[in-house]
Ligand binder design. Structure first.
Ligand code: NAP
Length: 285
């Protein structure tokens, strides 16, 4: 039995579907029963902040897909879950981390770096997926693109090899259904590094209207994250500084990991756009 956490999320919902379609016994860890979208799988109601519910969900589980939202609670939530998995006799953990995770980095890269260290010390066999930034992040920009024909960042001309979450799910499914092999880390990217000007050009073609990328200073980007998305000031500043880090091109190089794991080439940005085009079109009225 595979336990999928983050089961309602951008990766988890595709992973559940892929595992169910393949006839694999799977249990979805969800925060409330209203989230039981997928059929054909078991559900365990619980919350990473309630360790008893995690332990109960792990009963009879031999493989764990470990993923949850990036937040200051992430390290505690996931290290506790890793400990619970060890106690429950789980034979493999497949964890979603992030590219360039390091215990000394800030925000999500730092949190994931600490968790990876804990996982590697746990004694439970592991595989770590280190995805590049998600194409699906652009869905958060959909109102700006639909209504204003523009989207914002502080990436300058740094290219990023954005990855489609459906491909991350495919890699997780491959790892969770094959014999447990060597412990390995996989850097998952899309097929090409794209600047945000490149991405604006792709939106322009796909939507047949001019879409602009607006590059802001880190301070102005942080202000936007605070005012538009309600992020706390420190988090917003670190998030925009991460964009400046990516402006160096640190995440621009594609890897072959998705093709190696799944046997299929990773989805290109145009494919993501074609599948989500309506989200970026102005609504009626
Ligand atoms: N976004 C990126 O570009 C990117 C790139 C690399 C790595 N990552 C990493 O990917 C991970 C997922 O991020 P995401 O933003 O894409 O989120 P997501 O996977 O779309 O959603 C998070 C999932 O975690 C669940 N969850 C959150 N808090 C929980 C809790 N206390 N107990 C149980 N389940 C809980 C959510 O359930 P509900 O439906 O109940 O909320 C949801 O299913 C993060 O660790 C992030 O660092 C993100």
């Amino acid at each position: 039995m595979i336990l999928v956490t983050g089961a309602t999320g951008t990766i988890g919902r595709h992973l559940l579907r892929q595992l169910v379609e393949a006839g694999t016994p799977v249990r979805a860890f969800v925060r409330n029963s209203g989230q039981r979208e997928a059929s054909g799988c078991e559900f365990a109601e619980g919350d990473f902040d309630r360790p008893d519910s995690v332990a109960a969900a792990l009963a009879g589980v031999d493989r764990l897909f470990l993923n949850t939202s990036a937040s200051p609670s992430l390290v505690r939530q996931q290290t506790d879950a890793i400990d619970a998995a060890r106690v429950a006799g789980v034979r493999q953990i497949v964890k979603v981390s992030v590219q360039d995770a390091s215990p000394t980095a800030g925000l999500a890269r730092g949190w994931h770096g600490q968790i990876e260290e804990h996982l590697k010390r746990s004694g439970v066999p592991w595989a770590v997926l280190k995805p590049n930034s998600y194409m699906q992040n652009f869905l958060a920009d959909a109102p700006d693109i639909a209504d204003g024909g523009q989207f914002f960042g502080a990436y300058r001309d740094g290219a990023i090899a954005y990855v489609d979450c459906r491909d991350i799910a495919g890699c997780a499914a491959a790892l969770l259904t094959r014999p447990i092999g060597d412990e390995q880390t996989f850097v998952l990217t899309g097929p090409e590094g794209l600047t945000h000007e490149d991405i604006a050009a792709r939106f322009t073609v796909a939507l047949d209207r001019r879409i602009r990328y607006v590059d802001l200073t880190p301070e102005d980007m942080a202000g936007r994250l605070i005012n538009r998305y309600g992020l706390p000031a420190a988090v917003a500043m670190e998030a925009s500084e991460t964009m400046v880090y990516l402006a160096s091109g640190a995440w621009s190089a594609p890897t072959t990991a998705i093709a190696d794991l799944t046997g299929r080439e990773p989805r290109a940005f145009q494919g993501f756009l074609a599948d989500h085009l309506d989200a970026f079109r102005p609504g009626p009225g």
